[in-house]
Design a protein around this ligand. Structure first.
Ligand code: UDP
Ligand code: MG
Length: 194
């Protein structure tokens, strides 16, 4: 039986984050009673990331590790993880705890309400520089103008995809995808939460 939810996480030189990340994600999901697996993708790290994943997986059957043959970059690692995820819904998130695990139940709740894509949007904090805000907005504006694909400013790769959306994305067969843009292009009932 596939788990209800897969968490897919690209990891590049994150050896010190592996254990605290898994602990925080498991705690959030167990508290909310959400059945899950965690898929950690080692993207050709040069530190002890893979050793840390193997060590942790010994004691945790719901944890699976994937070791890529070289460094493919964030998007390539995400795609590898999506290909191996078995959940009826899949959440992608960064492995450095910059995407808050306590929001995971909120993404799942939106999916249970019927949304097939649940995006998150970064909230600019007071210490976000004027330069960062300007270049970020500029990027999304220009990207939309050039491609005709709309993406919200502050969009991130912290998102939930229903199994239908995962299969559609994989079927595109893009070996070097820009996942944020492709997910928007695919369509599906979408909700964005901050
Ligand atoms: N990452 C990866 N391969 C890379 C670079 C980054 O798998 O070549 C992972 C990284 O470990 C993290 C996520 O992708 O989990 C986002 O990377 P990073 O934190 O460097 O990006 P930023 O926070 O600047 O958006
Ligand atoms: Mg980061």
């Amino acid at each position: 039986m596939p788990p209800e939810l897969s968490i897919v996480v690209p990891m590049f030189n994150e050896q010190t984050n592996v254990e605290p990340f898994v602990a925080a994600v498991s705690a959030a999901l167990v508290t909310a009673g959400i059945e899950h697996e965690i898929v950690l993708v080692d993207d050709g790290s040069s530190d002890g990331t893979w050793a840390a994943i193997v060590e942790l997986a010994r004691a945790r059957p719901a944890l699976r590790g994937i070791s890529l043959s070289r460094n493919f970059g964030h998007q390539g690692a995400l795609l590898a993880g999506l290909n191996h995820a078995r959940g009826r819904a899949v959440i992608t998130m960064d492995g450095d705890l910059q995407h808050p695990p306590e929001t995971l139940p909120e993404l799942v709740a939106a999916w249970r309400d019927g949304f097939k894509v649940v995006n998150t949007r970064r909230l600019d904090s007071e210490d976000t520089s004027f330069f960062k805000r300007l270049t970020s907005r500029g990027f999304y504006w220009l990207f939309s103008r050039l491609t005709g694909v709309t993406m919200e400013a502050g969009a991130s790769d912290f998102r939930l995809l229903d199994r239908d959306a995962v299969e559609a994305l994989i079927r595109l067969g893009d070996a070097d995808p820009f996942i944020r843009g492709l997910v928007s292009w695919l369509g599906f009932q979408t909700k964005t939460i901050p």
